[in-house]
Write a protein that binds this ligand. Structure first.
Ligand code: AMP
Ligand code: MG
Length: 484
């Protein structure tokens, strides 16, 4: 088995080696075979006792110990100098079929030196949730950690109630977070920050070694990836829910699917997460919060940018200023595609803004609005679309202006329709479907889980599975939870 040990080979203070105890009865409930192939891992081996030992407690064929990674983080704006993998571990890296290094990481397999007062465990519900949502994000074309496997442990975990224990095995380009940089910076360990930055440049941004100032180039590159990522979230109505700096990946992947949720009805102030009482991570705040987090990353890099602090701050500011440009390009380009516009006109941003305002007033379903807009291009009818909007939304006026704008496009109706439906998903992981899937799994029926995973693997295809319907009033999910 081609396991590397790259992060674990960094200096001792970067991670803690683990010797996890065996679990009572680890069983695979889902194995992502296409992903296993992509990673060069044999699914039959993963299902063998040796494979299950790897997936359940990070036991590597070469006997090297898994490690818990050290990190810090701002949680809801408050700095915590030592968080770290309290219930997770890095088994190691594998080289995938395209030659990229990918982390194999387990969550829920037991306590670590970073567990603080936690039990080191995960409940099965949140594990299945992460599996479904992270794979759905990938199918939507959004950078994300992937789910290689979900397991039950045969043990119970205590949350509000007693629940079956689970493990999620996830795959990432790297598990280094903004909070990892903060961990070393908070201890004035400039050498640690430098080693970490060099590790990340070598692994994720090798082209930057040639830059005049590689550390400044790193800040610019991470800023660009995060700006692009958050714009993509916005375009599908995704709310991460807990964008603390320890949950922001340096690789620019969506990571840590705790209380995340997708919008049903459009509302820029929408919050699902029960713990986000002030709406810090509301849907519409996400770009600002991403930039705030990048400011914290920039602070950790200052000593590497320039020996003169004022000059270093100037440089960091310049790098962060790039956020808006990248964000707006992905964001506006995205709305244009969602509205079926290939040409660029100055009024397009306003047109998108007016549609969102009508959706907000009319409490229209985010996903169905765009999907039906695309249908309308093909059929020439908009009744199905208009029926999504409550009274007084102003959607009829907007449709008139949109049609006039579409008339100035130069491509065929077929081409426009095809691109819209390849941009506007029919399916997103709806909160009520996830809840329903979890309840079934807890009762021993995994069919809805597998059905959801399968359907969400082709979110742009037409199908009659009923999974695209918004929740009925009594199905609406009001709050989501971290499950920690
Ligand atoms: P999260 O909100 O899931 O990103 O976790 C924040 C921090 O709390 C991380 O350092 C986690 O490792 C830690 N943590 C969360 N749940 C547990 C748990 N059940 N046991 C130990 N540590 C945990
Ligand atoms: Mg986290």
């Amino acid at each position: 088995m081609p396991f590397s040990r790259i992060y674990a080979a960094l200096p001792e203070r970067f991670s803690a080696p683990l010797a996890p105890a065996p679990l009572r009865n680890p069983q695979i409930v889902a194995l992502n075979e296409p992903l296993a192939h992509e990673l060069g891992l044999d699914p039959d081996w993963l299902r063998s006792p040796a494979g299950i030992a790897l997936l359940s407690r990070g036991t590597r064929p070469d006997g090297a110990p898994p490690v818990a990674m050290a990190y810090a983080g701002h949680q809801f704006g408050h700095f915590v100098p030592s968080l770290g993998d309290g219930r997770a571990m890095l088994a190691g890296e594998v080289t995938d079929r395209t030659g990229r290094l990918r982390d194999i990481h387990l969550k829920g397999s037991g306590p670590t030196p970073f567990s603080r007062r936690g039990d080191g465990r995960a409940a099965l519900g949140p594990v299945l949730r992460e599996y479904v949502v992270s794979e759905a994000m990938n199918a939507l074309g959004i950078p994300t950690t992937r789910a290689l496997a979900a397991l039950t442990t045969g043990e119970s975990v205590v949350r509000e109630t007693l629940q079956p224990g689970g493990i999620i095995v996830r795959v990432a380009a790297s598990h280094v977070r903004v909070g990892t940089f903060q961990y070393f910076a908070a201890q004035d360990d400039v050498e640690g920050v430098r080693i970490l930055a060099d590790h990340i440049i070598g692994r994720l941004y090798p082209e930057l070694t040639e830059a005049e100032n590689p550390y400044l180039a790193l800040l610019e590159a991470v800023t660009a990836r995060q700006a692009d990522l958050v714009a993509r979230w916005m375009l599908v109505g995704f709310i991460h829910g807990v964008m603390n700096t320890d949950n922001m990946s340096i690789a620019g992947e969506t990571i840590d699917f705790g209380p995340c949720a997708f919008l049903d009805a459009y509302d820029p102030a929408k919050v699902f997460s029960f713990i986000d009482q002030n709406g810090r991570y509301a849907y519409g705040n996400q770009p600002d919060m991403a930039l705030w987090n990048l400011g914290r990353l920039a602070e950790t890099l200052l000593p590497l940018l320039d020996s003169d602090r004022e000059r270093a701050i100037e440089q960091a500011r310049g790098a962060l200023m790039r956020f808006d440009g990248v964000f707006n390009e992905t964001y506006l380009g995205g709305w244009r595609r969602k509205m079926g516009l290939a040409l660029e006109e100055n009024g397009d941003a306003r047109l998108a803004g007016r549609l969102l305002a009508a959706m907000h007033r009319g409490e229209a379903d985010f996903t169905l609005t765009f999907r039906r807009l695309g249908e309308g291009v093909r059929t020439g009818e908009t009744e199905d679309l208009v029926s999504l909007f409550g009274a007084g939304s102003g959607i009829e006026d907007w449709l008139g202006d949109w049609r006039a704008r579409l008339d100035r496009e130069e491509r065929s109706v077929q081409a426009c329709h095809a691109e819209m439906q390849a941009t506007n998903p029919r399916l997103i992981p709806r909160n009520h479907r996830i809840e329903e899937m979890i309840q079934s799994a807890l009762a021993g029926d995994y069919a809805p889980f597998h059905r959801l995973v399968e359907a969400l693997s082709h979110p742009f295809a037409d199908a009659q599975d009923g999974l695209d319907a918004p929740p009925a009033p009594d199905e609406r999910v009001m709050n989501t939870f971290c499950g920690t």
